[in-house]
Design a protein around this ligand. Sequence first.
Ligand code: SF4
Length: 59
Amino acid sequence: MADAFPTSLCTRCALVRRIQTDRGSVFLQCGLARTDPRFRKYPPQPVHRCEGFRQEGPA
Ligand code: SF4
């Protein structure tokens, strides 16, 4: 799936989950929101700064 928000940190974050509706809308769900109330489940996009960001891929 092409990234809907290419400039957003979330698109490169290991904690994100991409949700696509039947109508084709894409939402980026923050996995950190489940355990940390400082983070919104669906952060307004694009996100440019985030202290919870974790680079996806091998460390
Ligand atoms: S931790 Fe930050 S960068 Fe990562 S998915 Fe959540 S809001 Fe986006």
